[in-house]
Design a protein around this ligand. Structure first.
Ligand SMILES: Nc1ncnc2c1ncn2[C@@H]1O[C@H](COP(=O)(O)OP(=O)(O)OP(=O)(O)O)[C@@H](O)[C@H]1O
Length: 299
């Protein structure tokens, strides 16, 4: 069960919202889409869901035109959340579940399971208007997953949640993936994407500026990060050959460097200058890659 987007574009009047996007999401994987505001994430999701038609390109699921996939196989958490404020949680989830062809008993079982799991069993008979925004989000997450969809699309699932609730939802996402659900999700928060996704895509003004497995993307980026703590000023090394960026920190400095060779030379040069308490070499973060590809002025 693989979702494929092949050269998919969408134009609204004179706005090119999405341009020639390629994406492959195999069964049981998590694919992350990152991009600044207006990059084209929601438009991409809405095309996959069949809410709007691509202007060009093809979307397929298991080799079939995606629009023929029934809604019971898809779960969607939209960016703009919307529950009926005055209808009890249980009543609206039963209504939604029935629409997707679930038996009432099965909806009740699933809803109770998820409310327990999110430590809020008492919400079953509450009206959403009495719940905080973050708690309403949990209910909407339950609405997106209670029918155990094969494809789950999550638009900014963790925005506005406190760290405990982010952890609860993240665990749920990982469990769903492990049980075979294919998950596509968008986020502005690079660390969430980095933690959860095998494959990623960075969108910038409708164009896919980076895509591939997270490992490949990092390897292809090439540059590395070095953290140094030392008992002497590191400022003189800011223009050392192969240093791309330099930033002073409380205990030393953070360097972005071109490659491992630079690291070796830099280490020798530092060691000759005094006592180096810490020298660590790390792969680039997705944030480093995003900032370079999209530009620090866009976020
Ligand atoms: N129905 C529409 N009519 C005209 N333009 C649209 C429409 N929907 C989206 N756009 C435009 O397409 C571009 C991409 O928007 P989209 O909502 O997909 O971005 P996004 O990456 O989801 O952004 P955000 O992170 O802010 O939600 C924007 O320039 C937006 O103004």
């Amino acid at each position: 069960m693989t979702l494929i987007l092949d050269q998919v574009s969408k134009k609204f009047a004179d706005v090119q919202a999405v341009q020639r996007i390629n994406l492959k999401l195999p069964k049981g994987e998590i694919f992350g889409i990152v991009g600044a505001n207006g990059a084209g994430k929601t438009t991409t999701f809405r095309m996959i869901l069949g809410l709007i038609e691509p202007s060009e390109g093809k979307i397929t699921w298991e080799g079939n035109q995606f629009k023929n996939v029934v809604s019971s196989k898809i779960g969607y958490l939209p960016e703009e959340r919307g529950l009926y404020p005055k209808l009890k949680v249980k009543d609206q989830l039963i209504y939604l579940g029935r629409l997707r062809g679930m038996k009432r008993q099965e909806v009740v079982r699933q809803v109770r399971y998820w409310l327990d799991r999110f430590n809020v069993p008492e919400f079953y008979t509450k009206k959403p208007e009495s719940l905080s925004k973050g708690n309403q989000q949990k209910i909407q997450f339950i609405a997106a997953v209670m029918h155990r969809p094969e494809l789950l699309i999550l638009d900014e699932p963790f925005s506005g949640l406190d760290p405990l609730n982010v952890a609860l939802l993240k665990n749920a996402v990982v469990d769903l993936k492990n049980s075979g659900t294919s998950i596509l999700f968008s986020s502005h928060r690079m660390e969430h994407v980095e933690e959860l996704c095998e494959h990623i895509s960075i969108l910038h003004r409708g164009q896919q500026v980076v895509h591939g497995s997270l490992k490949e993307v990092k390897r292809d980026f090439g540059k590395l990060n070095v953290t140094v703590h030392a008992d002497f000023s590191l400022h003189d090394f800011r223009d050392y050959e192969g240093v791309v960026h330099f930033m002073n920190t409380a205990e030393g400095a953070q360097f972005q460097i071109e490659n491992e060779q630079t690291a070796q030379h830099l280490f020798q040069a530092l060691a000759e200058s005094g006592f180096v308490r810490k020298f660590t070499l790390e792969e680039p973060s997705l944030n480093d890659i995003f900032l370079e590809k999209v530009g620090a002025d866009d976020e």
